[in-house]
Design a protein around this ligand. Structure first.
Ligand code: GDP
Length: 425
């Protein structure tokens, strides 16, 4: 059985916590897209961890953690991340890396930074982890698969060919130092030795695992609205954030994905540029940012303050639909206990007309939020274990959102910890 855990919003919905929690009953957890450009925060018995490349199930002894072919694999970064876990006393996790995963090259990270610098104020708000240059090269067919590290002769020749092209851009577009092909080749041989113990034919491994009836989780990074096709293009990421892509980025048949858990945040937050209809500013935003998540809404990878907003039913319903959500997990509900009233964006006004459908980017930029206000519950709901014990106003908020989403909310998260979850029938 395969279940995908994916974001219905702009990312940072708390997928890491839900994955970590559900990993307890799973055998295999797979990252299928993205790279080290975003992170999950996990809090458990070993401490607090920021994971960027590793899937969130790495803390259990019984799970296998997989980096699928769809991921942008930064090899030294991955090894550092593994070491950071074992240094804190986490037992060495079982990790497999697809032989078809492509490698984040040192020049991808440089190009990302150089391009942001070149664009100046018009930048996309990249995390400068090399993601856009990496995926551009993958689809331009000049990327490097892990498998290529094990064929020295062809590797050397390809490194020389690719450097020739990169160096033209470095010299003439960016006016930056050239890449030395011999040095790069040696770096890649170093990468080969680092990654060797983990390399695996992942799709074959998963084929067998599925036949043996194993429980598999696909862990998404970012959320629906950052998908390059269905998100707020071009203010998106460079790999698909949708559950459907899980089949490709892991190498399994699409029909094996039986459950799609869309993680929906009880308010909105976003990083990077782009239209954000229910965004709030000033003291109102600062207050929510300070109280949000676990210790404030600041990027796990970049430390940047996140943009804040009220719950956006238009964007979240669309986010769930495009994920194909079979259920929703509503997270960080506890954060909202301080409010007298909770504004919920239930429509977008575009050119004088109100719509409940999420538009394409041009119209999105013109959209103004239409709010409904729900009464606050004015108390701390952390520690509550059953849905019935939640204050009536709080249940009202959950049920209002559920109706707007059109998807059953099966889990309500009321704290960052593994066991801070309320299941609903
Ligand atoms: P992800 O990328 O979707 O996994 O999300 P992040 O890890 O970036 O952001 C979620 C943040 O919220 C983390 O700091 C979590 O520890 C925290 N978190 C997750 N669920 C809850 C919750 O229900 N309540 C609170 N207060 N924090 C939560």
């Amino acid at each position: 059985m395969v279940r995908a855990i994916v974001g219905a919003n702009w990312g940072d919905e708390g997928k890491g916590k839900i994955t970590d929690m559900l990993a307890k009953e799973s055998d295999i957890i797979i990252r299928f897209q993205g790279g080290s450009n975003a992170g999950h925060t996990i809090i458990n018995n070993y401490g607090k961890f920021a994971l960027h490349l590793l899937p969130s199930g790495v803390f259990y002894g019984h799970t296998t953690s997989i980096i699928g072919n769809g991921v942008a694999l930064n090899i030294p970064y991955l090894l550092d991340e593994i070491k950071a876990l074992t240094d804190k006393g986490v037992p060495a996790p079982k990790i497999l890396v697809s032989d078809r995963a492509q490698i984040m090259m040192p020049y991808h990270v440089l190009f990302d930074a150089y391009e942001e610098e070149r664009l100046g104020g018009k930048s996309f708000g990249s995390t400068k982890s090399g993601i856009a240059p990496f995926y551009s090269d993958k689809y331009a067919k000049i990327g490097f698969q892990v498998s290529e590290l094990f064929h020295e002769d062809t590797l050397k020749e390809k490194v020389e060919r690719v450097c020739e092209m990169k160096n033209i851009l470095l010299e003439h577009l960016y006016h930056k130092p050239a890449v030395d092909p011999e040095e790069l080749f040696q770096t890649l041989l170093g990468y080969r030795d680092m990654i060797r113990p983990y390399v695996c034919d992942v799709s074959a491994y998963l084929y067998d695992a599925l036949r043996e009836g194993k429980n598999i989780l696909l862990e998404g990074q970012l959320g629906s609205l950052k998908d390059p096709d269905h998100g707020i293009y071009p203010m998106v990421t460079s790999s698909s954030t949708l559950a459907a892509y899980g089949a490709i980025g892991a190498g399994i048949p699409p029909y094996e994905i039986k459950n799609i858990t869309a993680v929906v945040k009880a308010y909105s937050s976003a990083v990077g540029a782009g239209a954000f209809v229910s965004e709030i500013f000033g003291d109102e935003a600062d207050e929510l940012r300070k109280r949000g998540g676990d210790g404030g809404e600041f990027g796990v990878t970049t430390g940047r303050p996140r943009r804040m907003g009220w719950f956006d039913a238009v964007a979240s319903r669309y986010g769930c639909r495009i994920q194909g959500a079979t259920e929703a997990a509503l997270t960080v509900l506890d954060v909202l206990g301080y409010l007298d009233e909770l504004p919920v964006c239930v429509g977008y006004e575009i050119d004088g007309k109100v719509t409940k459908d999420f538009p394409t980017t041009g119209d999105l930029e013109k959209a103004r939020p239409v709010y409904t206000r729900l009464p606050g519950w004015k108390c701390n709901i952390r520690g509550i274990k059953t849905y019935e014990e939640l204050p009536a106003e709080c249940r009202n908020y959950v049920e209002f959102i559920e109706k707007e989403l059109g998807v059953k909310i099966t889990m309500v998260s009321n704290g960052p910890g593994r066991d801070e979850i309320i299941y609903r029938k």
